[in-house]
Each structure stands twice: as structure tokens, then as C-alpha cells.
Design a protein around this ligand. Sequence first.
Ligand code: LLP
Length: 434
Amino acid sequence: MNERDTLCVNQNGQLEIGGITLKKLSEDFGTPLYCMDQTYIENMCAIYDKTLKTEYGDGLICYASKAFSCKEIYRIVNCCGIGADVVSGGELYTALSVGFPAEKICFHGNNKLENELELAVKNNVKYIVLDSYTEADDLDRICQKYNKIQDVLIRVNPGVEAHTHHFVQTATVDSKFGFSISSGEAEQMVLSAKNKKNLNLVGLHCHIGSQIFENKSFSLGAEKMTDFYKLLKDKHSIEFDVLNLGGGFGIYYSNDDSKKTCEEYADYIKNIAQTLNTAIQKKGLKKPFLILEPGRSIVGEAGVTLYTAGRIKTIKDVKNYIAVDGGMFDNPRFALYQAKYTVVVPEKMNVKPSVKYSIAGKCCESGDLIAEDCYLPEIVEGDLIAVLSTGAYNYSMSSNYNRNLVPPVVMIKDGKAKIVVKKQSYDDIIRNDV
Ligand code: LLP
């Protein structure tokens, strides 16, 4: 466990988040429950924002809200003064519904729909990131209709193979995202987008993947993008004001990952800033406004999912399963990416782990696991089970599979917890059925 002030074991051997024991949260809100540490989120936003400003200068952190999206997170992030990246009409609508400033929103997606583009244009979203020729045509037409000139970026694929699960790599040659630099596609797209009457091409964007630890992958991304800026300048006299290098900073899930404090996470940004500063000088480029889009590292470690142990199945000499009251409907990441998590027993934090368990969900399929082979104190039905680092891509990827109810989300700060996403009911489940 990556302990901190707001995630620690108290004198009674109980796990606490934001000054409240997980036991108390289970009593007040039931399980399964997504618990989010607001202080952690605010610290991460503040540290990233400050580091970008001090190490680089002009720029904006845009929280990648696909990691965790609901009204409250846009309010929190907005209070911290940073921007947001959205990838669908739904995320955009949620952000706008709480007054998130459109001039701090960047809109991505490889297949934005007509109505999504319209929503963005009508609401003056600052940057729309183009991912195809026909999207540029469509957006140009929509902007004409509303008599607007829209700032756009182009998604570029710099061809950086980062060390992460192949489902979350995004800048390899066979990626569905972006225009490849090496094939000349990106250059062609830049020239084409430059000619659109109602589009103002202000810069380029790339995102090399997610859950990446190596600073050199991010440096390589920055080098390749600035090489391309130089090519465009030398060959076509095109210079850009903006550069968006995406997100992807790796976080601690299990002992396979390195532990970092909030302050240490800033190193990712320092590295990018330094690489970029040097590259710009060396290549004689104008200094662009730098956008970075961390998602996972802002909310991931802020989250703990709380379950109650149900049936325990022991297969002699083979395996011990604990089935919990959640599963792949609140956390599909094991099923999708064989993701690893740290699992703890909030009321037995000082009891020596002695039994190897796999944590199973309650869905009707064998692949519905949350974690495999974790050592825990002996568990009986009714014990609380907590899975750590579940703040990113858990609630946001939840579903009603098997018509299970998506758990509520509580935001915790200074010893107080409040519901920010209500518990679903069976009526919610049948609401849209005809
Ligand atoms: N910007 C763009 C354009 C992205 O596609 C992403 C993530 C981010 C920023 C934020 O990356 P982060 O800092 O969160 O790593 N569902 C997967 C992760 C998919 C990430 C997709 N794009 C998972 O659960 O691991």
C-alpha cells in the first residue's frame, strides 16, 4: 500500500481514508462503495499545475476526465484552476452542466459524432482535436453554420512504443488514433487543415499511451513532436502556438509498480518540461503553449473500492475464492487488462496475511475477478475487503452487466464524506426499458 496522510492505518489497526475509517463508511453508505479522497485529487491538481508553470511556463493541465467523470469532479478540478479533456458528448455535457469553463476544455475522439461536434462548437469549447479528414470537413461545415472560427489541433501519431499493456498503447504504427508522422500522413493533414476556412489550426496533439513509467518514453514523444514542428517550419513555414503531449503517467497499483508521493509525480512533468525547453532552443522553435492531460495519476490513487466478503469457496490444494458484492460491473480492469491491485482488509490491517485468496465478483462468468492470488488474513463472510487505487477507470468503466447496480461514489475530505454519485436502484435499471 502507498500510505499517505489521507490513506493510513490508525492506532486501532483500521484503514482510514481522508480521516474516516472504511468501517464507518461502510456503515453509513453500505457496500459496494467507491470512496474518493478529495484532498489527494486537489493535491495532485495543484502540484501538476504549479510544476507546469514553474518548470515550463505558459500552459494548461487538462484533467483527462475519462478516468473519472461526474459533476463533482469537474467542480473540484475547476476550483483547482486546471482544465479538462473530454472524449464524448456525455463528458462534455456533464462538464458544462456544472459551469466548467469551455475555454479550458479540449475535446478528443477518433469518431466524434455530428451532434457531439455541434455541442462543442455551440458551447465555444476551446480546442477540438481532429482525427480524420472527413471530421475536418464536417467541423468546418458546422462552424460555418454557426459563423464561428474554431481552434483545432490535429492528433498525430509519433510512433513511440511505450512499455504498457497493448490495449492502452496508442502511438504505435497500427494505432486507430492519429496521423502518423513517419508515413507523411500527418504532414498532409496539416496542409489540408490549414486550408479550412472556419478552422484555425493552432497546433498538434499526441498521446503515447497510459500507465507508462519510463520518462524516456515521454521525452521521446516530445522530441519527435518538436522534430515534426521543425520540419513544418523549415519546409512549409508553418509555426504553431500550441503543443499537447497528452497524459499517461503510471501510478502505483501493486508492488510491481514504484511508489511515489504526490510531489514525486511532478517529476513526469519536470522531465517533459526540461526536454521540451531544450528541444525548442536547439531546434529554433517558438515556445508553444503546453497542454498535458493526466487522468489516472490525478484520481487513481485517490480511490478505494469497498466490498463485503460473501461466499468463500475453498478448492482444496487449488484455490480459495472470496466472492464480493461487486465485480466486473464496477471494475472491469482485471477482465480487460489482467490489471493488478492491492487488496487489504480494512479492519485487520495489523493482522498478518496468512491465506492466499482470489477475489471474485458476483457476475455470471469465470473471468469476473478483481484480483488473483492476494495474501490476506483469514476471511469470514461479512468482512470488509478494500481494493486500492481504483479511482481511475473503475467508476467510469462501470456497467449494469447482469443488471447489477453501479455502486455510489462518496467524496471524502477532512473527515467528512458526501455522496457525489447516488446509488442506483432497480427502478433506474428498468427506466429506459419499453
Ligand atoms: N489524453 C488522451 C488523448 C488519452 O487518450 C488518455 C487516455 C489520456 C489523455 C489520459 O491518460 P492517463 O493519464 O489517464 O493515463 N481504460 C484504460 C485506460 C485507457 C486510457 C485511454 N486514454 C485503463 O483502465 O487502464
